[in-house]
Ligand binder design. Structure first.
Ligand SMILES: Nc1ncnc2c1ncn2[C@@H]1O[C@H](COP(=O)(O)OP(=O)(O)OP(=O)(O)O)[C@@H](O)[C@H]1O
Length: 299
């Protein structure tokens, strides 16, 4: 598990992180979502032990990361701004990584460079931005990290490569319980891959949720009754929002689907649909209204 408690950082008087609490459970894929400048890279740099916080705690399975080489052995960081030493190719970088990480897996490295179709002998300087990202991903994944930190990892990658990146991540989470923290400025990109989501806003956590719990309990119901309907057919249901459009009623209900079905079917409605809630609707509801910041994370 990766945890931050009260994480606080000021850069030259600018408050970049303000008491951030975040929990990435073991074996989960956690999406840290925030607009440009919300503090995502700053969080990742602290987690990787590159920056030291002014206040607060960072723990990897209970261990402090700062100047802790034993913990850092198990952390893999794919930063957004990549730097490779001048004149290096992947074969050269491999030697550095293999010499630094005890769990380095040579077989996996070659298998990955082939899967991503990356030359191990061409100069990294001549790689495109997307290729550099893939190269770093291959290097980091071959250290067999227990904790994987990815800063905007799929930004600028084509759909086929994105799929491959996610495949490696999902396989490692399933096979060896790797914990993954992935930052993005786009919520939709994280849909279907993350099991936990944290929304970062101006350096603090605006909302942190497990995706299953969000999807499981919120339903949009469209219903119309004929004659003889009881005065309050929704009594006993947790109705979060209710509006009427002519004879059709639209409701947002927090309850298991079966319960909604069984409570409303008995009234023999003329129209009755339980509609899937989009991610947008869930987040807009959860965050208490449609605002520009949330919209920009979704679209
Ligand atoms: N070294 C620095 N000195 C001063 N301010 C900084 C420094 N690094 C970051 N900041 C400021 O801290 C805030 C958070 O930056 P950070 O890079 O963590 O955001 P981000 O969410 O990763 O943004 P983006 O999506 O654009 O990459 C920004 O306002 C940025 O200007």
């Amino acid at each position: 598990m990766i945890e931050t408690r009260g994480l606080t950082k000021k850069y030259d008087g600018f408050q970049a992180l303000s008491g951030l609490d975040m929990t990435v459970p073991s074996g989960s894929i956690y999406g840290l979502i925030g607009i440009n400048g919300s503090g995502k890279t700053t969080v990742l740099r602290h987690l990787a032990g590159v920056l030291r916080q002014d206040a607060g705690e960072i723990r990897f399975d209970g261990e402090d990361v700062w100047e802790n080489a034993a913990v850092k052995q198990h952390i893999g960081l794919v930063p957004d701004d990549l730097f490779f030493p001048n004149g290096y190719n992947l074969a050269g970088m491999k030697k550095i990584f293999a010499g630094s990480y005890a769990a380095w897996d040579d077989r996996r490295f070659h298998e990955m460079t082939q899967a991503f179709r990356l030359s191990e002998t061409a100069r990294l300087r001549n790689f495109s931005k997307g290729m550099k990202k893939q190269a770093m991903f291959c290097l980091v994944m071959s250290t067999m990290p227990k904790y994987l930190l990815l800063d905007e990892p799929i930004d600028g990658l084509d759909p086929i490569v994105r799929k491959l990146v996610w495949k490696y991540i999902v396989d490692d989470v399933a096979d060896r319980e790797m914990s993954v923290l992935v930052s993005s400025h786009n919520l939709r990109e994280m849909e279907g891959i993350c099991d936990h989501i944290g929304i970062l806003s101006a350096g603090s956590m605006k909302m942190e949720r497990e995706m299953d719990s969000l999807r499981g309990d919120l339903h949009k119901v469209q219903i119309a009754f004929g004659a003889g309907v009881p005065e309050n057919p929704f009594a006993g249901l947790n109705v979060l929002h209710h509006e009427k459009r002519g004879s059709v009623e639209l409701l947002l209900i927090s309850a298991p689907r079966d319960e909604i079905e069984s409570r409303l079917r008995v009234h023999d409605p003329l129209i009755f649909d339980i509609l899937p809630l989009s991610l947008e609707e869930i987040f807009i509801y959860e965050l208490g209204g449609d605002d520009d910041e949330i919209s920009s994370l979704i679209f």
